[in-house]
Design a protein around this ligand. Structure first.
Ligand SMILES: [Zn+2]
Length: 291
């Protein structure tokens, strides 16, 4: 029997409004009656202190033609609101994405819109002279800077950022991750083992971005990189061609969703940055352990 959406009959519609039957002495059986009710999802009981987790805007999307098309549309929309890429000076290539920014981005954006991480990075960039000053900062100082942003587990995230930056510095004698682009898979993995503060969802984001960069910006054939993403077939190839053309002037996968807003406001016009729109279409990583 097909009923309209969200509408169901309770009781036995055949019986209509029959008088109560003897079996109704059992209190758990309702009188047979025909009644239209609106069905609602069964509510699960939650402890009052535990907020209901909102849907993750970065949840993985299967690489289907529909998802490629929707992602391309979203990519065009967010790029239209981004400040134009700087013009190349004296033929010098534009700077690549700073992968430490990508680490900060995903630590603060995990589970929420990219705009919050954009605002967090803006405040960190304005609040500290450079990465070295940021490196020796206590987590609670960073938390103070971001306290009004509705980011869950904020202190834990600040602590994870602080520990990650400290371990990267100790390993590399500097706070940068650009060397990962030239490192083979094995070298990347041994680095991630030496820097255990980088949480698994952050490592997954970084390796996905490196793979995406190869697909979007490489001059060489991208078949293998596309295979690693599971992006195969005409719809995938069309998406790659269009994304390459759109992102070429930026020479990187932008992490912002538009201009910074005045008054420390968060730019929420688009849920996801270009980098995260593309990363969503990559295979999902293991979920992070809840901290
Ligand atoms: Zn993002």
């Amino acid at each position: 029997m097909t009923l309209g959406p969200r509408v169901a009959f309770r009781g036995d519609p055949e019986r209509g409004r029959d008088p109560p039957l003897p079996c109704l002495l059992r209190a758990d059986i309702r009188p047979p009656r025909c009644e239209v009710v609106v069905t609602t999802k069964k509510k699960t009981k939650k402890a009052p202190t535990e907020p209901v987790a909102p849907r993750d805007p970065r949840a993985a999307l299967a690489p289907t033609p529909e998802h490629f098309e929707a992602s391309l549309k979203a990519l065009k929309a967010v790029l239209a609101d981004l400040p134009p890429p700087p013009a190349p000076v004296d033929g010098q290539p534009l700077p690549k994405l700073d992968l430490v920014d990508a680490v900060l981005h995903i630590y603060f954006a995990d589970g929420v819109a990219c705009g919050y991480a954009q605002e967090a990075r803006r405040r960190i960039a304005e609040g500290f002279v450079d990465r070295n000053e940021f490196r020796v900062t206590e987590a609670f100082e960073v938390e103070d800077l971001l306290r009004d942003l509705p980011i869950s587990r904020l202190f834990d995230r600040c602590l994870a950022v602080r520990d990650s930056v400290a371990q990267i510095y100790n390993d590399q004698n500097g706070v940068n991750l650009g060397f990962l682009r030239d490192a083979g898979i094995g070298d990347r993995n041994t680095f991630f083992q030496r820097v255990p503060a980088l949480q698994s969802h952050v490592v997954h984001f970084l390796t996905t971005l490196l793979n995406l960069e190869e697909v979007v910006f490489s001059d060489k054939a991208t078949v293998r990189a596309q295979q690693r993403l599971g992006w195969e077939g005409p719809a995938a190839n069309k998406f790659v061609d269009e994304a390459r053309a759109l992102l070429k002037p930026y020479a990187c996968l932008p992490l912002d969703v538009g201009p910074h807003l005045a008054g420390k406001k968060t730019n929420l016009k688009h849920a996801l940055s270009p980098a995260c729109l593309l990363a969503r279409l990559a295979p999902a990583g293991k979920r992070r352990a809840k901290t």
